[in-house]
Each structure stands twice: as structure tokens, then as C-alpha cells.
Design a protein around this ligand. Structure first.
Ligand SMILES: Cc1cc2nc3c(=O)[nH]c(=O)nc-3n(C[C@H](O)[C@H](O)[C@H](O)COP(=O)(O)OP(=O)(O)OC[C@H]3O[C@@H](n4cnc5c(N)ncnc54)[C@H](O)[C@@H]3O)c2cc1C
Length: 369
């Protein structure tokens, strides 16, 4: 039973397609018609890609692999009776279950956020953002606020400027602001990246306001915790990752944020027949690993090999060990990207070329499905 079709499960489907999981009946529970590749979403918003270039059809993927897709999300898991509950209330039995359901944006319980803001997960919400931006561009004035000054938030703010610019020069009259609760930009990646990001934001007339906590969201404004009020006709919610509540409700061990704990074999320490990977999983020995797509992708081959070994009663393969640093490539929406690794950060069209190649290669790997 594969709950969700996150990145790691693409590798499990690939293993199934190539015979490595022979003898298994694999069922994939996902209400999503498409797996949308987040790394290319800012490029799509900014007009670089068509929607079809960053999406994989989940039904087609399942058919290619020889799995059965149930077009329902999972809303509960009972590891003792080995059953999952689907959104429509049906329950299904499993022998082995693997979970790759990602995360949801944190802080959506801020007053008015779920009514008036556009959360970046699920990623198909970006369609709504694109529609609202076209309306603003047609009006020729207004304000867009991105709440969350992490890499995804800044990338989306820069992509917003790229989209408005495509929609006409008049769109220059739309103000774009990124709000961050921290007093520094991406403190975990060092000052060089922060400087490059600020430079890109200055070039594209994106204002960055740090130390700003949103207290309430209205349809046309935001109230900050310090009492300030900001006009905002379109509010994008790009805060950090939060865990879907049903993971903790399963009774399986979770970390202090509610993400499933897993051992080096991506297996729950509370149930040897339950596995998890990607944002929804926190490796016990690497619990400070950021919730990022690169780690979800890294877990994929380990998960696929591990499940194949369990099914075939073979010794388990080498455990998962994340890289301690990873190359982040931030699309700045102007044909360039910033490449950052460790404390280094460099910007240029070459970095966007590299990002484009890596992202397209990932999609192409599974596009045969
Ligand atoms: C705009 C944006 C850009 C980003 N760019 C990058 C980047 O360049 N590099 C990077 O490393 N990270 C990036 N990230 C972070 C990255 O998106 C996540 O870390 C990554 O998607 C996590 O992968 P995953 O496989 O765990 O989950 P996901 O990719 O989120 O996949 C989980 C899937 O499960 C589905 N699902 C959710 N709940 C259920 C359920 N109950 N039942 C069944 N299915 C369910 C979801 O709809 C989704 O299809 C970006 C994030 C955003 C928002």
C-alpha cells in the first residue's frame, strides 16, 4: 500500500515497473490526478514552462508500473489492524504500507489564513494564484504579499513579478512584498546567499520585510502582530512545513512536530511493516534534516531497494544517510538562478541552465509512465 505519490514513491513505482517488486500487488492511494514537481513551479508561474512540463499523470504512472491507483487521499492508518482509511470512509487492509504524503504549510491556523490566503501545498493551488495575478495585472494596480521568506517564498515572489511583467508593463504598479518572521534571511545558509537574494529582490522590485509576524489575514489586507496593517489583494502562504495530523493520530512514533519517525531503513520504529519517506518522515539519526525535495528524492532509491528486500526476504540494503549540505538552485525569475551550497552563493544564467537541466532530467526519468 503506497499512501500518497510523493517523490520517493516514484522510485518505488519504477522498481515495480522494472520487476524488482515482482509478486507484489501494489495499490497507490492518491486523490491527485498529477504529481507536480515543485522545483519547476516558480518557473511555470513565471512563464518558463508549460504545466505539462512539470506534471506527471498519476494514473498513467500507476498503469506503467503495474500498480492500481485508488483516486482517494488517505485520512487514517491503524498499524495494529494493518488498515488504512480513505477520504470516502472506506478501509483497506495491507501487508506493508509506505507513506509519502509530504507536508502542509505551517501556520494556517492564523485567523483568516485558510479563508483568504493561497497555501502553496497542494501545489495545484498555484493555478489560483496565477488567476488572481492575471486579474491584478488587468486592473493595473494592487498588492501581493508572500508570507514566508524561505527559499520557496522568495522564489515565488520573484516568479510573481515575472508573471506580472509578462502580463504587461502596467503590472509594474503591483507591489510585491515578502514577509519573514525571522530577523535574518535564510540564516541557516549564510550571509552570501542572503545578499544575493536581496539583490535579486531589489532588481525585480520585490520588497522584503523581516521580523514581521502575521496575526490576521483579511481578503484585502494583513494585520501584523505589531499592529501594522498592510494592503494585500493576494496573499500567498509559503511558510515552513507542518505535518498532516493523521500521522500522529495513527499512534506511530512521531517527532515534536508530528512527522513520522523512521529508522535508517525508513521504517517506523513502532511498526516494522510501515515505512515513510520525504517531508512526512523524520529520520531518527538525522532529525535536523530540512524538509526539502532533494531529501525526498534521495530517500526514493533507498525506499525502493528496502521494500524489494523485505518482500523477497533478503538482507536489507545499506541504510539512508542524507548529504549534510545540498546544492540549492533558486530561480530568480529573470533568466538567472542563484546556486548555493554551504556558505557559497553565486548567481548567473549558467545556474538557471543547470537548474533547468536537473529539473527536466528528473521529470524525464518518470515521464515514460
Ligand atoms: C514553490 C515551491 C518550490 C520548491 N522548490 C524546491 C526546490 O527547488 N528544491 C527542494 O529541495 N525543495 C523545494 N521545495 C520543497 C519541496 O516541495 C518539498 O520538500 C517536497 O515536495 C517534499 O516531497 P515529498 O515527496 O515528501 O512530498 P510531495 O512532493 O508534497 O508529495 C506528496 C504527495 O502526497 C499527496 N498527499 C498529501 N496528503 C495526502 C493523503 N492524505 N493521502 C494521499 N496523498 C496525499 C500530496 O498532494 C502530494 O501529491 C519547494 C516547495 C515549494 C512550495
Amino acid at each position: 500500500m503506497l499512501a500518497g505519490l510523493g517523490h520517493a514513491h516514484l522510485f518505488v513505482l519504477e522498481a515495480l515497473a522494472t520487476g524488482a517488486l515482482d509478486g507484489c500487488d501494489v495499490v497507490v492511494c492518491t486523490g491527485e490526478a498529477e504529481h507536480v514537481y515543485s522545483g519547476m513551479v516558480p518557473g511555470w508561474l513565471g512563464g518558463r514552462y508549460d504545466r505539462s512540463e512539470l506534471s506527471l499523470d498519476t494514473e498513467q504512472l500507476c498503469q506503467w508500473a503495474g500498480a492500481t491507483r485508488l483516486p482517494q487521499h488517505v485520512r487514517g492508518l491503524d498499524p495494529v489492524s494493518r488498515r488504512i482509511t480513505l477520504d470516502n470512509g472506506d478501509t483497506l487492509a495491507f501487508d506493508l504500507c509506505s507513506i509519502a504524503v509530504g507536508s502542509k504549510p505551517a501556520g494556517l491556523d492564523v485567523a483568516g489564513a485558510s479563508e483568504h490566503a493561497i497555501p502553496l501545498k497542494p501545489l495545484h493551488n498555484v493555478e489560483r494564484l496565477r488567476t488572481q495575478l492575471s486579474e491584478l495585472a488587468a486592473r493595473g494596480r494592487g498588492a501581493v504579499t508572500v508570507v514566508g521568506a524561505g527559499l520557496a517564498g522568495i522564489e515565488m515572489a520573484l516568479a510573481t513579478r515575472a508573471r506580472l511583467t509578462l502580463d504587461g508593463d502596467v503590472a509594474r504598479a503591483v507591489a510585491i512584498t515578502v514577509l519573514g518572521v525571522e530577523h535574518e534571511l535564510v540564516p541557516e545558509r549564510g550571509p552570501r546567499l542572503a545578499r544575493q537574494l536581496i539583490r535579486a529582490c531589489d532588481r525585480q522590485r520585490v520588497a522584503v520585510r523581516l521580523g514581521a509576524r502575521v496575526a490576521r489575514v483579511h481578503h484585502d489586507a494583513l494585520e501584523l502582530a505589531d499592529g501594522a496593517r498592510l494592503p494585500s489583494d493576494c496573499t500567498v502562504w509559503a511558510t515552513g512545513a507542518a505535518a498532516p495530523p493523521w500521522l500522529a493520530a495513527s499512534g506511530l512514533p512521531v517527532d515534536d512536530r508530528g512527522f513520522l519517525l523512521v529508522d535508517g531503513h525508513l521504517r517506523s520504529p513502532g511498526a516494522a511493516h510501515v515505512f515513510a519517506a520525504g517531508d512526512c518522515a523524520t529520520p531518527l539519526s538525522w532529525d535536523d534534516t530540512p524538509k526539502a525535495g532533494v531529501y525526498a528524492v534521495r530517500m526514493g532509491p533507498v525506499l525502493a531497494r528496502t521494500l524489494a528486500s523485505v518482500v523477497q526476504h533478503r538482507a536489507l540494503p545499506a541504510p539512508y544517510a542524507p548529504q549534510r549540505q545540498f546544492l540549492a538552485l533558486v530561480n530568480t525569475g529573470d533568466g538567472r538562478a542563484i546556486a548555493s551550497r554551504g556558505s557559497l552563493a553565486l548567481s548567473g544564467t549558467w545556474a538557471m541552465w543547470l537548474k533547468d537541466r536537473l529539473d527536466r532530467a528528473f521529470i524525464a526519468r518518470f515521464a515514460g509512465g
